[in-house]
Design a protein around this ligand. Structure first.
Ligand SMILES: CC(C)(COP(=O)(O)OP(=O)(O)OC[C@H]1O[C@@H](n2cnc3c(N)ncnc32)[C@H](O)[C@@H]1OP(=O)(O)O)[C@@H](O)C(=O)NCCC(=O)NCCS
Length: 435
């Protein structure tokens, strides 16, 4: 697990000073104080357009938030903060041997009250998070975003694209399953078992895919339909895929929504995780071959999910790729040395950074073993790029040739190809959770 506890990291003095000049108090929220905990949870819900949280939801959110560093911005006399953000340090899987990871400063709960928007509060929150993380020695920050237009200005780049899959189940022609010799079985499980299976399977699959991070207890409770205040809870069902020895290798949580006009339902996947191709095929077959389903939807699937190749009729599957995981490099040498590469490379990168945190010129040398050595250099650059684009390239989620074609990086054509050969990964990066 991560060595550093974000709760020990003090607030950024520059953001504190700037917000204080506007009469606002920027401080770490004391989650052991029920009033502060309640105020933070209510402000968070209001900021994300949710209903007022009930007492049980506030209690569960409080448990989760107590594990994190929570910052509130308070107007004089205000009970609820006018802005919120929270963060924690978490391992993020990077390309390399099984279990290779880097510490990431995860940022969540970014809200500014509708009464206080567009006067620079979010800028102070984000810059404050990044300066605090960099000062604490965390090499990269990450988040998921409600809108793709918010975070580029702070040096974040979309790095982990995912697919939204929509299947016309009646046209799909079904999935032929099981294959000869495949002893995988699928069975329904009760909510408590579902919660346990979601957490356990994810804890293993996240190590196989660059970009993924551990989940947390409230997330699995919610996915399993065990949060009482969540009105969708009772609609949740779950199945597990077990191997020949009965070991859980995959898990699926889903809901069914009845159709108004006929007997049938639409199926929405809440979470699908599988650690073997057999388990993944079994769970997709369960969902696609389910009787009486009109449409099936799943989001946050890796862009190389095999579903279109499992069904008889590919045209029944609509794939929409969209941005999901955003990364923001804070320490260029540390992140470049943390992963392995698929081809040798000798590259001088000049990185620009609007906040100055990752600005500089480095030489990345990758040997036959795929390991990178990074040194500061005064040599002329082969590629010039912003820290946002280096963050987008980091896990191979976008090709350097694509970014060159878009005018987002400056490099010769053959340099872009060489970067892609080295940075590209066998499996697409993945991030199966929102945070
Ligand atoms: C998004 C949000 C946090 C922005 O807060 P804010 O205090 O109004 O933002 P700021 O005034 O600090 O704006 C900083 C910059 O971001 C821009 N910006 C703010 N909100 C934006 C949005 N929704 N889309 C695009 N740009 C946005 C501003 O124009 C400003 O640009 P500039 O400094 O480069 O000129 C706020 O609107 C909010 O709480 N939204 C609802 C919850 C949400 O979506 N949170 C994000 C979670 S991932």
């Amino acid at each position: 697990m991560a060595a550093l506890d974000a709760r020990d990291v003090p607030v950024d003095p520059r953001s504190k000073e700037r917000l204080s000049a506007s009469g606002l108090d920027y401080r770490i929220v004391d989650m052991s104080d029920p009033a502060q905990q309640r105020g933070f949870a209510r402000a968070d819900a209001r900021g994300f357009l949710d209903k007022e949280p009930d007492d049980e939801t506030i209690r569960l959110m409080g448990e989760m938030m107590s594990e994190r560093r929570n910052i509130g911005v308070y107007a004089p006399g205000g009970e609820l903060p006018v802005a919120t953000v929270d963060s924690w340090v978490t391992p993020m899987t990077v390309p390399g041997d099984a279990g290779s990871h880097i510490d990431m400063w995860a940022i969540s709960a970014v809200t500014v009250a509708a009464t206080h928007r567009r006067r620079g509060i979010a800028r102070n929150l984000l810059e404050g998070e990044l300066r605090a993380a960099a000062a604490a020695g965390v090499p990269i920050a990450g988040l998921t975003a409600t809108e793709a237009t918010i975070y580029g200005r702070y040096g974040f780049g979309p790095a982990i694209p995912v697919s939204h899959l929509q299947v016309d189940a009646r046209r799909a022609g079904g999935i032929s399953w099981p294959a000869v010799g495949d002893a995988t079985t699928v069975e329904y499980i009760e909510p408590e078992a579902l919660r346990t299976a979601l957490g356990e399977v994810h804890e293993r699959t996240r190590l196989d895919r660059s970009g993924d991070i551990p989940g947390w207890s409230l997330r699995w409770r919610r996915m399993a339909g065990l949060v009482p205040g969540d009105e969708r809870s009772r609609a949740v069902r779950g199945v597990r895929a077990a191997d020949a020895d009965g070991v859980t290798r995959g898990v699926l949580a889903y809901t069914l929504d009845e159709l108004a006009e006929e007997f049938g339902a639409d199926l929405a996947i809440r979470h699908l995780d599988a650690e073997t191709p057999e388990a993944l095929r079994a769970l997709w077959a369960f969902a696609v071959n389910h009787d009486l389903i009109r449409t099936l939807r799943a989001d946050l699937r890796p862009v190389d999910d095999p579903l279109p190749w499992l069904v008889a009729n590919q045209r029944a599957v609509q794939v929409t790729v969209h941005d999901h995981g955003w990364l923001r490099i804070l320490d260029v040498p540390a992140v470049l040395a943390a992963r392995t590469y698929r081809a040798p490379l000798d590259l001088v990168l000049r990185v620009s950074d609007p906040l100055g945190l990752a600005e500089g010129t480095w030489r990345l040398r990758v040997g036959q073993d795929g390991r990178g050595i990074v040194d500061a250099t005064a040599d002329a650059p082969d590629v010039e790029l912003g820290v946002d684009m280096l963050s987008s390239l980091y896990l191979g989620g976008v090709s350097a040739t694509t970014l060159r074609a878009a005018g987002r990086i400056s490099a010769a054509a053959e340099t872009a190809v060489a970067i892609q050969d080295a940075f590209g990964t066998a499996a697409a990066p993945a991030l199966s959770i929102w945070y």
